[in-house]
Design a protein around this ligand. Sequence first.
Ligand code: V47
Length: 370
Amino acid sequence: MFPVRACLKNGGLEDLEKKVKAGERLGFEDGVRLLKSADLLALGRMADLVRRRKHGDRVYFILNRHINHTNVCVNRCHFCAFGRDEGDPGAYTLTPEEVEKKAVEYRGRKITEIHIVGGLNEKLGLDYYKEMLRRVRRALPGVIIQSFTAVEVDYLARSHNMPVDEVLSELKEAGLDSLPGGGAEVFSPRVRQLICPKKISGDRWLEVHEAAHRLGMRTNATILYGHIETPEERIDHLIRLRELQDRTGGFLAFIPLAFHPKNTRLDRPGKSGTTGYDDLKMLAVARLMLDNFDHVKAFWIMIGPKLAQVSLSFGVNDLDGTVEEEKIVHDAGAETGQRLPREEIVRLIRAAGRIPVERDTLYNVIREDC
Ligand code: V47
């Protein structure tokens, strides 16, 4: 797992705190020093200052529903417990009609975002994706569809021999509003070669998001941390996202995803997932490095609702949402529930002394102080 223990340092961050207070951008070496620090409270204090400047007491959440349309995947990344080969026990592929049924099943819960992601299934072409989008769009006209990772979009482009802009335009035409941040993992070619050798490169992931931004689609970004990556590789990842955001301004939120090893090829006896310190540090350092991202989101599914709540004092201003159903991390051993009721999210935010704000995907306010 993350080989940081030997080099953790306490204190000595005063110069960086000065920079943060002055609103100066942090560089690569600064970020590495922050990640290698064990001074969690200093990191929290700095990240909280940045968060407070941007958002005051407001904490966002959304009523959303995740759907995973297929777990059949040709990539079979080593960190993933969700993917299957066609015909394997447990392999499944939903029809567009079944996806629509799932999208509408909680109509009464007033969901405003549908998040659909899945594996790279050779049997599914652009028509399947467009049919799925049209059905969901027709069934839930006001709902924002934030779906398909850059990896899926690239796969469609390659399998249809089409430019990525064209694939995105067709998906947009069929109802796609926004891309989620999945599939980014860690951009380092060294890491990708070891944990997801068949996946698109980090450069390609960034290109797909840039193409989406050009078409006026807002997107999210993630990092999958807590496996074999070094502190330097994490910071490089953040800086590359920051550079693209400087050019396009198209990213909405950054979401660190804590690696869950169970049932994956990276599982090692005696090693479990990330620690609470690591989770809070990743969130705080992301808040400090990504000065041009408005939002840093804690995905409670990955780190648990209680730590997600605590992360509100470590740079986080968004708790994601109700989710309703999650397969990818639960297949990898996540012990969190499948859904978090709206009232519980509101309770967590209030108990942290903050103002809960229900938002839509684009951070338009639906209800404040709810
Ligand atoms: O792309 C896969 C990651 C992602 C594991 O954009 C794993 O708002 C941990 O991207 N342990 C899917 N993570 C989830 C995702 C996401 C979640 C919430 C919000 C948003 C957003 C995006 O999960 C995958 C991959 O990077 N993942 N396997 C694992 N074993």
